[in-house]
Design a protein around this ligand. Structure first.
Ligand code: 0X9
Ligand code: ZN
Length: 360
């Protein structure tokens, strides 16, 4: 009798667990399940070992602290890391692009991936994720317990532009610091400051005029508006620099980090039509959300807008370009929250590098 009861209760518990098993495996293709297992283990190790986080007196790096950190790392790991300025902001700050790869000074026939942070200067976790990733990669290259990092660096050309908008980061503003000259830039005097860089990419701008009602809530002709798109496409030094870089590289996958909302977004943001590559976007996106437990959606699901970086990268160069909206606030003040965001998206970034090898 006792035995039958035990078997029955085991069966009951088993039945309860079954949907959980089925659910947790959905959206995780076999290609990534091994990686997910190893990255989860890594993640735990990281949380335990990363004693030096945060490295600065404040929680977030300043622009100059970032510059020093990147210069120090480049000097320490010159064979796998290089940095170069791909442009200057209106206030004269360099836009630092980091490359991490073996034979770092050479252009090789290896997949190229691009990570960017801080299009919006007040969204600081985005660049911290990038800095954490850079440091993690170079510091684990020789580490015998992380052979996958060595493999990734040896076989991938990883580009990271942590701060697209350093002027905005320094001023803690969404927009950059560009002086504006009124409607379409025609005023002789300075009327306000700043352009929303994630509205300034030149993809399908004509729709602003054709369908103004659809986009007027999220992008603006008014230069003092927080979502001002600028006087013309690619009017800004920062977007021009990104354009020039992406135009001259063969980027396969890209992640642009923003805050906030715990979302993984794929194009399009300007239309409800699905992108041609939706199955790939969803397959990779589901593997990303299996790591960070965020919600996967087409960008327009958040809201429709024009001129964002990912629509341009995908529309012009077919880059599999994701926007990730990190966390639950623009700039969390709790170090543990920031650390969790960085550690988790370090794994996302490693996965993306690996996945870039199995694309057509
Ligand atoms: O509005 C943006 O630029 C992004 N959100 S944020 O809160 N970081 O400003 C979202 C861009 C995603 N693209 C679209 N929704 N079209
Ligand atoms: Zn943003």
């Amino acid at each position: 009798m006792k035995k039958t009861m035990m078997i029955l209760s085991l069966l009951f518990v088993g039945m309860l667990l079954l949907p959980a098993v089925v659910l947790s495996s959905r959206g995780t293709t076999p290609e990534s399940s091994l990686l997910l297992q190893t990255v989860r283990e890594q993640r735990l190790k990281d949380i335990q070992n990363h004693v030096s986080f945060p490295q600065t007196t404040g929680l977030y790096h300043t622009y100059s602290q970032m510059t020093t950190l990147l210069q120090t790392l480049t000097a320490t790991y010159p064979s796998i890391m290089s940095m170069s300025s791909i442009g200057k902001t209106s206030e004269g700050r360099d836009l630092w692009m980091v490359k991490i790869s073996d034979n770092v000074s050479q252009q090789e026939a290896e997949p190229e991936v691009l990570f960017m942070g801080a299009h919006h200067g007040n969204e600081k976790p985005g660049y911290e994720v990038c800095l954490y990733f850079i440091q993690y990669l170079v510091e684990h290259y020789q580490n015998e317990s992380t052979p996958e990092v060595r493999e990734i660096i040896n076989t991938t050309q990883i580009y990271i532009l942590p701060m697209v908008n350093p002027d905005g980061v320094e001023a803690d503003t969404r927009k950059n610091a560009e002086p504006n000259h009124g409607f379409f830039g025609y005023s002789p005097i300075v009327t306000s400051y700043g352009v929303d860089l994630n509205r300034n990419y030149g993809y399908r701008w004509f729709l602003l005029f054709l369908l103004p009602k659809i986009y007027s809530g999220t992008t603006s002709f008014i230069d003092s508006n927080e979502a001002y798109h600028g006087p013309r496409p690619f009017s800004e030094n920062e977007t021009q620099a990104v354009k020039q870089f992406v135009d001259t590289h063969n980027i396969t996958i890209s992640i642009t980090y923003h805050t906030f909302g715990q979302l993984v977004l794929y194009p399009w943001g300007y239309t409800i039509l699905p992108p041609k590559d939706k199955p790939v976007f969803v397959s990779i996106g589901e593997n990303i959300t299996a790591i960070d437990h965020y919600t996967l959606s087409q960008s327009i699901g958040l809201y429709p807008t024009l001129g964002d970086a990912c629509d341009w990268m995908y529309g012009t160069h077919r880059v599999l370009a994701y926007t990730i909206e990190l966390g639950t606030s623009f700039a969390p003040t709790n170090p543990a929250t920031l650390q969790e965001i960085c550690v988790t998206h370090n794994l996302v970034n490693l996965y993306v590098c690996q996945r870039s090898h199995s694309l057509n």
